[in-house]
Design a binder for this molecule. Structure first.
Ligand SMILES: Nc1ncnc2c1ncn2[C@@H]1O[C@H](COP(=O)(O)OP(=O)(O)OP(=O)(O)O)[C@@H](O)[C@H]1O
Ligand SMILES: [Mg+2]
Length: 287
């Protein structure tokens, strides 16, 4: 963990990522320590430590089944850890009452790996739902705000009245992002947001995420398999392996780690392609 302060500001000149121009402070908004998660005898996490820094986009990678989604679910309160602590915004979640916990959880926006939207609701109803249920807004106000959120993620006004089944995968991901942003979260959790999108749709989503983070200042816990996303959007990368976070650092430093999975992942054919396409795309510095 101590290397987290190896500032990405300093390493920015060596970086091909246009995301590294944002300058998150080094204050963690989430601090996971000594986390253990298991299902019966099956230990998924053991002695897992991880920080999410204020304002950063942290990419969380690892082989299938290494526990990325379980980690996300235990931070957002859907899976109670078997041991360890999770501090969110300076508060240990274990020490909170249900009510206090749900207040903290309202500061989260979540886009799950499975089941993005309710199929029986149109997009504006989907996005309005958390505003009605949690923020207690009147339906008309909630739907008005929902339309604002839908335009924020780049959807045309006509999309507001459409149902998920009539939309492309990319539009559904954007609408799910709008719903995750409904309550103006401080921390956004995204589980494989670009899975199933074509490369152009995925790249547009990555860019949208960086733009919104720069504009709104939230922190992002981003589970992904998508190497292009790591290059395009992430300030740091955490690798889950052997039940814990094996390494968390800038993409360049992680890619140099002496570990078989990491070497195959970053330096196999897809890793090389992602690196090449990121260095050939024009980075746009944002201050
Ligand atoms: N509710 C559950 N009950 C029992 N086992 C579970 C449950 N949820 C997850 N697991 C197990 O925990 C392990 C980690 O699962 P998880 O879904 O976090 O993997 P992942 O890293 O997100 O994988 P993927 O990249 O395929 O999404 C897996 O072995 C999975 O079978
Ligand atoms: Mg998963």
């Amino acid at each position: 963990m101590s290397e987290q302060s190896s500032s990405k500001d300093v390493s920015a000149e060596a970086s091909s990522s246009d995301a590294s121009n944002a300058a998150p402070s080094q204050e963690p908004v989430i601090k996971v320590r000594d986390l253990e998660n298991r299902f019966g005898d099956h230990v998924v996490h053991e002695s897992l430590d991880l920080d999410l820094l204020d304002g950063e986009i942290l990419g969380v990678v690892g082989g299938s089944g290494t526990g990325k989604s379980v980690l996300l679910r235990s931070i957002v309160g859907l899976k109670r850890p078997n041991a360890g602590t999770i501090d969110v915004l300076g508060t240990n979640l274990n020490e909170l009452s249900e009510k206090e916990r749900s207040q903290i959880e309202r500061r989260f926006g979540v886009l799950f790996q499975q089941g993005a939207l309710f199929s029986s609701l149109n997009l504006q109803e989907n996005v309005a739902l958390p505003l009605i249920e949690h923020a207690k807004l009147a339906r008309e106000d909630a739907e008005h705000l929902a339309r604002v959120k839908l335009s924020l993620v780049g959807l045309e006004p006509e999309a507001a009245l459409q149902y998920p089944e009539s939309l492309s995968g990319g539009m559904i991901k954007r609408a799910a992002l709008a719903r995750a942003l409904a309550l103006d979260p401080d921390i956004l959790f995204l589980d494989e947001p670009t899975a199933g999108l074509d490369p152009i749709g995925a790249a547009a989503f990555d860019q949208l995420l960086v733009t919104l983070r720069d504009a709104l200042g939230f922190s992002v816990f981003l589970v992904t398999h998508d190497l292009d996303t790591l290059y395009a959007a992430c300030d740091r990368v955490a690798v889950l392996s052997q039940k814990r976070v094996l390494v968390v650092d800038t993409l360049q430093n992680v890619a140099e780690t002496d570990d078989e999975w990491i070497q195959n992942y970053f330096h196999g054919p897809r890793g090389r392609a992602a690196e090449q396409s990121s260095s050939s795309s024009t980075a746009q510095p944002k201050e």
